[in-house]
Each structure stands twice: as structure tokens, then as C-alpha cells.
Write a protein that binds this ligand. Structure first.
Ligand code: SAH
Length: 248
């Protein structure tokens, strides 16, 4: 079981698999006023940077589940590197339907809301693991500005304009399903560059090391087209943020 290999290739050198930077995760950790010993669940935990750094900085404990074997291995190594391997646990697996045995103070899905079939379903799923008064974290894109044409929608890698909302609508949508938005930290274009542009050097080096791989043509095509596509669409039109929610 794994995610499509192209992601494991392009993001093999990423610690954070979304437009957040280490500074943004640090800001969010402080903003949430995490108490020592807070138990966390992270669905789609990637390479584990959020759980590992918050274990180091705020003494949280937690579990992350991710379908990428590579990212999960990297998360375990990162926990050892930061000296928090006894606080965080990373499971390689499908997080669809995952509910923790023990209730958690923070239940997160940061950039993987397809796990619950969208934002609403993911909030419902996370709520099943949440203790009373706990916080749900959702990392999700929104339109920075509404795309004027279908080309821009597709160029921003959405299927339709309705895939995302503009920020005020996204915030309102949480209220419509009975959640208070209690904090948010938004990514910026520099953060997008760290996420997207970092893939290019990784792809280039991978191509040099794997010229005969069955994915070489696909990676070559991506490396050629991505910088322009990204600058024209994603960087201009897509915002991204982590939203902290409490059930009313
Ligand atoms: N939250 C992480 C990773 C975000 S990228 C971070 O902030 O860095 C999305 C992640 O979801 C990837 O790591 C991918 O491997 C994982 N993923 C995709 N489908 C999944 C599934 N069904 N179950 C668990 N993880 C999944």
C-alpha cells in the first residue's frame, strides 16, 4: 500500500509536504497554547514534522498515520533525530476511517482532507477521536483570488472552481457545520515556493540518478512544465492555511 510513486519521488527531500514553513508550524504551535502532555492525532502526517517539532517544543505526545511508506520512515527518523521517539508514533497505513482508541486534545488533518472525502467528512472523522473541548486542525487550500477562466482553475490543479472557496467563505463554512474557528495561520507565497520549487531540484537530481526508470519521462515533463505552471496559477490563485476549530 502506498501513494502514487510520483509524489514519493518529487517530495522525497521535503520535511513539510505543504506550503507551510518550519516558522509557520512554530507559530501555529504557539498560537494553539498547547499544554504539556497534550495527546494528538495526525491523519496524513507525512514526514512527521508537525508532531515531531511540537513534541520537542511543547512536549505533546501523539500518533501520525500516513500512506507513504517513505514519508513514514522519514517521520520515524526525524523523531529519533529530535529526541522525541518516545513521545510520537508513526504508523504506515490508510487513515480513511481511522479513529483513535484514546481521545485526543488535538486531532489534525493538514493537507489531506480527501481522507474524509472532503473538509466536512474529515471534520466528522476527526471529531470521533476528539475529547470534549479539544481542537480540530484542518489544513486546506482556498482561492486567494477567484480564477477568471477554466484554464486557471485547471492550471491551479483543481477540477472545478467549486473545489475550493475564497477565505471568508471557507471560514463561514466551518460555522455552518457547527464549528467555531478559534485560530488560523495562513501560508504565504514564500511558503508555496518552498513546497513547489523544492520539488524541482529533487526531480532534476532524481532524473540524473534514474534515467531509465519507467517514470523518467513523466518526471522530465513535469520538471519542464512545472515552474511556469506554478508561477502562473498556483502561486497567484491558491492560498493555503491551517484552521483551528472547536465544536460548538
Ligand atoms: N500533513 C503532512 C503531509 C501533507 S501531504 C505535512 O503537513 O507535511 C498529504 C499526505 O497525505 C501525504 O503524506 C500522503 O502520503 C498522505 N496520504 C494520502 N492519502 C492518504 C491516506 N488515505 N491515508 C493516510 N495518508 C494519506
Amino acid at each position: 500500500m502506498d501513494i502514487p510513486r510520483i509524489f514519493n519521488i518529487a517530495e522525497s527531500a521535503h520535511r513539510i509536504h505543504n506550503p507551510f514553513t518550519p516558522e509557520k508550524f512554530a507559530t501555529l504551535g504557539v498560537a494553539l497554547r498547547l499544554e504539556n502532555g497534550t495527546r494528538m492525532l495526525d491523519l496524513g502526517s507525512g514526514s512527521g514534522e508537525m508532531l515531531c517539532t511540537w513534541a520537542r517544543d511543547h512536549d505533546i505526545i501523539g500518533t501520525g498515520i500516513d500512506m507513504s511508506q517513505l514519508f513514514t520512515e522519514q517521520a520515524k527518523l526525524r523523531a529519533v533525530e529530535l529526541g522525541v521517539a518516545d513521545q510520537v508514533r508513526f504508523i504506515h497505513g490508510d487513515a480513511v476511517g481511522y479513529v483513535s482508541d484514546e481521545k485526543v486534545g488535538v486531532a489534525a488533518c493538514v493537507g489531506a482532507t480527501w481522507i474524509g472525502g472532503g473538509v466536512v467528512g474529515t471534520i466528522e472523522l476527526l471529531a470521533r477521536s476528539l475529547r470534549t473541548g479539544g481542537i480540530i486542525l484542518i489544513g486546506e487550500p482556498y482561492w486567494r483570488q477567484l480564477p477568471p477562466t477554466e484554464d486557471v482553475v485547471k492550471g491551479g490543479l483543481a477540477n472545478s472552481i467549486s473545489d475550493f472557496l475564497i477565505l471568508p467563505e471557507l471560514l463561514a463554512s466551518f460555522g455552518h457545520i457547527g464549528c467555531d474557528v478559534v485560530e488560523m495561520v495562513l501560508a504565504d507565497q514564500d511558503g508555496w515556493d518552498r513546497y513547489e520549487a523544492a520539488k524541482w531540484l529533487t526531480m532534476r537530481r532524481w532524473l540524473e540518478a534514474n534515467p531509465d526508470d519507467e517514470l523518467a519521462n513523466e518526471v522530465r515533463a513535469k520538471l519542464t512544465s512545472e515552474p511556469e505552471r506554478y508561477a502562473a496559477y498556483t502561486r497567484e490563485y491558491l492560498g493555503w492555511g491551517v484552521f483551528a476549530l472547536m465544536l460548538r
